[in-house]
Ligand binder design. Structure first.
Ligand code: 3PG
Length: 329
C-alpha cells in the first residue's frame, strides 16, 4: 500500500509488483496517493482487521459457550466458512488454529492461550481518526474497546464473582443456529468493511489523497490480512460508483444486507438471551438500523442541547438556526 511522491513510484514499481501477491495475474499493489496516503490506507486496513477479528471471536464465543460446540466442530465450521461467502485469510487461519495442539501439554493450544488481547495501536489510531473526522466506525471502535476490556483480566475475574447471574441455556437446533450465525457474520463483515471504506472516502477528501477505492479493494484481495471474497464485490461497487460516500448505498450490497439482516437480528437476540457478549454483532446491527433510518431520535438531543446550553437547533420546516427559551412556558 505505497503512497508518496508520484514521481518516485516508477523507480520502485517493478520491485513492488514483483514481490506483491497476485490475484488473476494482477499484482496486489498500486501507488495510492500523495503524502501519507499509503500509510493511511494500511492503518484503516488494520482497523477493519480488528473489526473482523472481534466478530470472528464473537462467533467462537457463541458457538463454544452458547451452542456447546467442541473445538473439532469449530474447526470444521470455520473450514467450511472459509470456502464460501465468508472466505478470507482470517477465516482460513481461524480453522487452522482450532486444529493445533500444544506441544507441551498435548491439549488444544487455543484453550491454553490467555484471553487478554494486546495491540500495537493501529486499530486505535483508526478509531481516533474516525472520531476526528466524525465518520462512524463502530465495529472498529468496539473491537479496540473489547481488546482493552479483555486485557483487564483480573478485574473481570472479580466481576465474574460479583455479577454472576443465571441465564437460560440454548435449547434450539444447533445446525440452524450455526447457519444463522454465518449469515449474521456475513452481514457484520459487510458493515465493517463499509465503515472502513467510508472513513477512507472522507480522509481522501479532507487530506487530498485522491484515493481510488476500487484500487484499494483490488489490492486488498491478495497478500493482506483482510483479503476476502467480499473485496471483489466492493471493487465492483467502486468501479461503477467511485465517489460513493458509503458502499451500503450500492444496490448490490444493500440487497445482500436486506437478505441477511434477519440472521443478524436473530443471532444478536440469541446472544443477549444467553448472556454472551457480542459487541461487534450488536454494533453492526445498530449501525445498519441507524444508517437506514430516515429519521433518528437526535431531534431530542438537539432539544436537550438547546435547553441546557442554548446551542440552537435546526427545524424540519424552515432553514436557519433556532433557539427556544425552554423554561418560559
Ligand atoms: C498486523 O500485524 O496487522 C498489525 O501489526 C496488528 O497488530 P496488533 O493486533 O498487535 O495491533
Amino acid at each position: 500500500m505505497p503512497g508518496g511522491a508520484i514521481e518516485a513510484y516508477p523507480l520502485v514499481r517493478e520491485i513492488f509488483e514483483a514481490v506483491a501477491a497476485k490475484v488473476d495475474d494482477e499484482p496486489c499493489v498500486s501507488w495510492l496517493g500523495p503524502g501519507a496516503a499509503g500509510h493511511y490506507v494500511k492503518m484503516v486496513h488494520n482497523g477493519i482487521e480488528y473489526g473482523l477479528m472481534q466478530l470472528i471471536a464473537e462467533s467462537y464465543h457463541v458457538m463454544k459457550h452458547g451452542l456447546g460446540l467442541d473445538n473439532r466442530r469449530l474447526q470444521e465450521t470455520y473450514r467450511q466458512w472459509s470456502r464460501g461467502a465468508l472466505s478470507g485469510f482470517l477465516m482460513e487461519i481461524t480453522a487452522e488454529i482450532f486444529g493445533r495442539q500444544d506441544e507441551h501439554t498435548g491439549l488444544d493450544l487455543v484453550d491454553e492461550i490467555l484471553d487478554a488481547a494486546r495491540q500495537k495501536g493501529t486499530g486505535m489510531w483508526t478509531t481516533q481518526q474516525a472520531l476526528a473526522l466524525q465518520v462512524p466506525t463502530p465495529n472498529i471502535d468496539l473491537a479496540v474497546m473489547m481488546r482493552d476490556l479483555s486485557a483487564r483480566r483480573e478485574e473481570r475475574q472479580r466481576a465474574a464473582e460479583l455479577l454472576r447471574t443465571s441465564l437460560p441455556t440454548f435449547q434450539g437446533d444447533i445446525k440452524e443456529a450455526v447457519n444463522t450465525l454465518a449469515g449474521a457474520l456475513n452481514a457484520a463483515f459487510i458493515l465493517t468493511y463499509a465503515q472502513g471504506m467510508a472513513l477512507l472516502r472522507e480522509a481522501s477528501v479532507t487530506s487530498g489523497y485522491g484515493l481510488r477505492l476500487a484500487t484499494v479493494a483490488r489490492i486488498w484481495r491478495g497478500g493482506c490480512i483482510i483479503r476476502a471474497a467480499l473485496l471483489d464485490d466492493l471493487r465492483e461497487v467502486y468501479l461503477s460508483a467511485p465517489e460513493l460516500d458509503n458502499p451500503l448505498l450500492a444496490p448490490s450490497l444493500a440487497s445482500r444486507l436486506l437478505q441477511q439482516q434477519n440472521q443478524l437480528r436473530r443471532t444478536v437476540v440469541l446472544a443477549a438471551q444467553l448472556g454472551i457478549p457480542t459487541a461487534g454483532l450488536m454494533g453492526a446491527l445498530a449501525y445498519f438500523d441507524s444508517y437506514r433510518s430516515s429519521r433518528l431520535p437526535t431531534n431530542l438531543i438537539q432539544a436537550q442541547r438547546d435547553y441546557f446550553g442554548a446551542h440552537t437547533y435546526e427545524r424540519v420546516d424552515s432553514p436557519g438556526t433556532f433557539h427556544t427559551e425552554w423554561q418560559r412556558s
